[in-house]
Structures are given as C-alpha cells and as structure tokens.
Design a protein. Sequence first.
Length: 175
Amino acid sequence: MDIIQRLQKIMPENIKPIACSWEEHLAKMQKISEEASLQDTIFRKQHRIENLFGRSGIAPLHAHCRFENYRIFNVGQKNALNQSVAFAKSFGTGFGGFVFSGGCGTGKNHLAASIGYYLMSKGRSVLCITVADLMMRFRATYEKNTKVTEQQLLDELCKVDLLILDEIGTRVSHQ
C-alpha cells in the first residue's frame, strides 16, 4: 500500500485529496511549480520597470480607474470606451497603437489607466510616462555620474509590453 492509499484511509470522508495517485500528485505539483514560475517572471518584469522608473507610471490619481467605473456623457466617450476595451482584450494579437485625443476632462487618462490595469492583471508589464518626463530621463543619461545609459533606457523601454506616452501634444505657454 503506497502513501496516498494510506492517507486516504485515515482522512475524514469530507476531505478530498488533490491527487489519487503518486503520478497525479507529481503532475499537479509540476503544474503549480510552472504557474509559480510564470508569476515570478511576470513580477520580475514589472519590478524591473518600477526599479528603473520608480513606478508603473500610472498616477495615484488614476489608481481607481477601471473600465467599469468610466463615466459616459456622450456618444464619443461611449465609442472611446468600446474601442479601449477591444484594444485591451485583443492586446498582443497584432501590431499597432492607440491614440486618445480630446479636450481636458473627457477621460483620456482614465481609459489609458484602465487599459494599463487590465493588462497588468493579465501579467503584462506597463509603463505610463509623460513625454516631458521621458525626455528628462534621456537627458539624465548624459550626466557625469549616471547609473543608467541611454542604451539601457532604450532597452528597458523596448521590453515593456505596453508603453503609455502621456501629454504628447501638450503645449506649455510662457507669458
């Protein structure tokens, strides 16, 4: 009698073992190990981004943003929501990008954050950064005692599953 059979004899009837044979037990442990390894890889990828940039870049103001709580006030916003959800759900199946354009307060950042959080929940790495901050990061690579070279910065940007560039068309007027 093997150990599994002996355990089954002494277990209460309402307790069901995760495996009925040693082979099944090994197969389940292998699957658990592979899933843990995948989660570790996902964590390390996002952690590398956060170490380099200090965060995923999604502002604390948008930490609550999800597709489910996006408020729709007009047909354009409904269309933007539908396209954002479709983009997020089909992410990685092809090439392309997504551009939000509109006035202040229309929900562009909410939808971008929603896409980011959706993808992170699926194990994808996301970096959200303003163009001005990105340019400052590149400028810092030329400083005397820099820890990150321009090439290292470019390499890390290329490893991100989704790069969200914010405030591309923002103009600052000086008076």
